[in-house]
Design a protein around this ligand. Structure first.
Ligand SMILES: Nc1ncnc2c1ncn2[C@@H]1O[C@H](COP(=O)(O)OP(=O)(O)O)[C@@H](O)[C@H]1O
Ligand SMILES: [Mg+2]
Length: 260
């Protein structure tokens, strides 16, 4: 049997002694897309940060998290450094805003790759152009030569996503990656993530408030409520026959909006 890409087992995560996540278990297979939904403060970001070893003040107080069999919670700094980027990538709501303002995009992509591999400028440039083309991002050449302030917010976000994707991670955590974007750009970003899975077999865990995005992208859905996983299963199954009252409300709210 294939080892899960990500295996979260009975995890509890606390900040200053009070648990923000309780008894959450879920598994992702390679290339699978998991949609994580739930109201603000339900522990979605905390869970993702724990899986990347980026909790800050938070502590995993129970359970285990394995990335391809490696226990992330016990992993030392060096192991985490090796995993983050080429194995597990992360993008978030304002990934684009965290680009360096005084370096052009090509320079930043180069530096990002160089932190993990001994690639030449030419190689990185070639890979970037190929990636832009694969992601149907026109004018790759111009984008590479641009500084972030010369690009729109939506384009910066897409470049930020490319920054994670150029390392071809096996698992991409996307924490509300499209929330700050116009609807048309949201759709492009969603398509780019799908393309990434198609081309490279990337597994994606995406946190979003948009059930439509989950329905379109995800194989599985995890619904969180007050730090707990209240529903978890195949997307179609859960959307058609939600069991949990909170999930019912969430799905009902979307259908009501769509009716107008
Ligand atoms: N750095 C932190 N210090 C203390 N409490 C935090 C911290 N980050 C998150 N929390 C708390 O943990 C809970 C879950 O937060 P979070 O994971 O950000 O939820 P979500 O991403 O679902 O909105 C919330 O109650 C939040 O206040
Ligand atoms: Mg969050």
């Amino acid at each position: 049997m294939q080892r899960p890409l990500l295996d979260i087992q009975h995890v509890e995560i606390s900040y200053g002694g009070s648990p923000a996540v309780q008894d959450v278990s879920l598994q992702m297979e390679p290339g699978q897309i998991l949609g994580i939904v739930g109201e603000s403060g339900s522990g979605k970001s905390t869970l993702i940060k724990a899986a990347m070893g980026l909790l800050g003040e938070g502590v995993v107080t129970r359970g285990d998290i394995y990335y391809k069999g490696v226990n992330v919670i016990d992993a030392g700094k060096e192991t985490l450094r090796r995993l983050r980027g080429p194995e597990m990538g992360m993008i978030f709501q304002n990934t684009g805003a965290s680009l360096c303002p005084v370096r052009n995009i090509e320079e930043q992509l180069y530096e990002s790759v160089r932190q993990h591999e001994n690639a030449t400028r030419e190689e990185v440039r070639f890979r970037a152009l190929e990636l832009f083309e694969n992601m149907r991002l026109a004018e790759g050449e111009r984008i590479l030569q641009s500084y972030p302030f010369e690009l729109s917010g939506g384009m910066n976000q897409r470049v930020g996503i490319m920054m994670a994707m150029i390392l071809k991670p096996n698992l991409l955590f996307a924490d509300e990656p499209t929330s700050a974007l116009d609807v048309t750009v949201q759709a492009q970003v969603v398509k780019e993530m799908m393309k990434m899975r198609e081309l490279y077999g990337t597994g994606i865990a995406i946190v979003t408030h948009n059930i439509g995005i989950v329905e379109y992208m995800a194989d599985k859905i995890a619904v969180m409520y007050q730090g707990r996983l209240v529903e978890y299963g195949d997307v179609e199954q859960v959307i058609r026959h939600p069991q949990d009252p909170y999930t019912k409300k969430l799905i009902g709210a979307v259908l009501r909006i769509n009716r107008n």
